[in-house]
Design a protein around this ligand. Structure first.
Ligand SMILES: [Zn+2]
Ligand SMILES: [Zn+2]
Length: 367
C-alpha cells in the first residue's frame, strides 16, 4: 500500500505501538488487504475482535453515568484547526502542517483529550489511497472552466484518509397529543352584487378538541459529530454501509487520521431527541381527524434510549485557491466522490465573448 502518510517523516523518537511480527516496523491498516500490513516486509495480520458480540448499543443512562472507555486506546497526537475547529488525531510520529479538512495552515498542536469517549465501532477503509487519488484526478480532468493551475495547486499529496465521528440513537417514544381539529362546512350567504341578490357558498370551520396517544420506535438515528466535515458535505458521499461496522480497535487507525468527537453524549442526545420529536410531531399531524388543525401540543417521553458512537472512513483532499477553501471527498468504503472547485471567470468570460462574436458574424452574414 502506498501509505496515507507517505509524506510524513519518522523521527528518532518514533513511538511504536503496533510493531510488525516479521520485522518490528510499524504495521498499518491496508484497505486493499482488509488487514494490517507491514509496508516494509509485507507481513499481514488480520484483526480479530476481542469480543464476538459485535457493535452493540449502550443504554444512554449508563453512558451518561460513566463511559466505558475513554481515550483512543493508543498514543495519538492532536492538531487543532483554528478555522474549522476540527481536532484531528494522528499517529504520534506523523508531522502535520495543515488541517486535513479545510487546508488551512493555521493549526496548533493541542493536548490529547483524555475524556474522549472511545468509539464502539468503526467502518474500516476499503478504498486505498491509489483508488482515492485516481478518483480525484478523474474528477479534476472532467471539470470545465476551472483555473489552469488547479491541478498543480490541488496537489494530491494532500489526499489523506481520515475517520470522522458520529453517534446513533435508538429509542422507544410514547407521545400524548392534543389539538383542535377543524371541520369545514359551507353556508349559503346572500349578497347584493350590481343590484342583484346572488347566493354564495362560504367556508366555515368548526373546531373540536381532539387527543390521542402515539407510540413510535426509532432505530439508528444518526447525529454527525464532526467539525471537519459539515453534515451537508458528508451527505453527498452517503450512504455509509453501517451494517459493516466492526468493534473498535485502535490498530485500524494506524496510518490514518481520526477526528475527535466535536460533540459529547449529552449534546448528541439532545440533537437526536430534537430530530425524533420532529418526526413524532409530523406523525401526530397525520393522526388529527378533520380537515385542518390548530394548537397542536405534543408531549413525548423517551424510553429504552440507547446509543453507539462510531467512526466513518473518508478520503479528503482539502486545498485553498485564492484564499478560499475547497474540498474533495471520497467515501472510504463505497468510493463515491464529491467535491467543490473554483471557477475560472476569465475562461467563462472568454467563452461568452467568443459566442457573442460568432452571433454577430452569423447575423451580419444573413443580411
Ligand atoms: Zn514487517
Ligand atoms: Zn480545518
Amino acid at each position: 500500500m502506498s501509505s496515507a502518510n507517505a509524506a510524513a517523516s519518522p523521527t528518532a523518537a518514533k513511538v511504536r505501538k503496533f510493531p510488525c511480527e516479521g520485522c518490528g516496523a510499524d504495521i498499518r491498516w491496508d484497505p486493499s488487504a482488509s488487514a494490517l500490513k507491514c509496508p516494509y516486509c509485507g507481513t499481514v495480520k488480520v484483526i480479530t475482535p476481542e469480543t464476538q458480540e459485535g457493535v452493540r448499543e449502550r443504554p444512554v443512562e449508563a453512558g451518561l453515568r460513566a463511559p466505558r472507555d475513554l481515550g483512543w486506546g493508543a498514543e495519538r497526537k492532536v492538531i487543532a484547526c483554528k478555522r474549522c475547529g476540527a481536532h484531528t488525531t494522528l499517529d504520534p510520529h506523523v508531522a502535520a502542517s495543515a488541517c486535513v479538512f479545510c487546508g488551512t495552515a493555521a493549526v496548533v498542536e493541542a493536548p490529547p483529550n483524555q475524556n474522549i469517549v472511545r468509539p464502539e465501532g468503526l467502518l474500516p477503509f476499503k478504498v486505498n489511497r491509489d483508488g482515492a487519488v485516481a478518483s480525484f484526478q478523474n474528477w479534476v480532468s472532467g471539470l470545465w472552466f476551472r483555473p489552469s493551475n488547479l491541478k498543480s495547486t490541488s496537489r494530491v499529496t494532500n489526499m489523506r484518509g481520515a475517520y470522522i465521528p458520529f453517534w446513533t440513537f435508538d429509542s422507544a417514544t410514547s407521545s400524548h397529543w392534543t389539538a383542535e381539529a377543524g371541520y369545514h362546512y359551507y353556508e349559503t350567504e346572500w349578497v347584493t352584487e350590481n343590484g342583484q341578490r346572488v347566493s354564495r357558498q362560504v367556508q366555515h370551520t368548526r373546531w373540536e378538541y381532539a387527543a390521542g396517544w402515539l407510540d413510535m420506535f426509532f432505530d439508528d438515528v444518526p447525529v454527525p459529530a464532526s467539525h471537519g466535515i459539515p453534515p451537508a458535505l458528508a451527505k453527498e458521499i452517503e450512504p455509509f454501509p453501517t451494517d459493516g461496522l466492526v468493534v473498535y480497535d485502535p490498530r485500524y487507525l494506524s496510518g490514518f487520521l481520526a477526528e475527535e468527537n466535536a460533540i459529547d453524549l449529552p449534546q448528541a442526545l439532545e440533537a437526536a431527541k430534537d430530530r425524533m420529536r420532529g418526526e413524532v410531531r409530523s406523525a401526530c399531524v397525520r393522526e388529527i381527524p378533520g380537515d385542518t388543525y390548530r394548537n397542536l401540543d405534543v408531549d413525548t417521553s423517551f424510553s429504552a434510549l440507547a446509543y453507539k458512537n462510531a467512526l466513518l472512513p473518508i478520503w479528503v483532499c482539502a486545498y485553498e485557491y485564492g484564499n478560499k477553501p475547497y474540498r474533495f471527498l471520497v467515501n472510504g468504503v463505497t468510493g463515491k466522490a464529491s467535491g467543490t472547485a473554483p471557477y475560472s471567470w476569465l475562461k467563462i468570460t472568454l467563452l461568452v465573448m467568443f459566442i457573442i462574436v460568432l452571433v454577430v458574424i452569423f447575423a451580419s452574414l444573413k443580411k
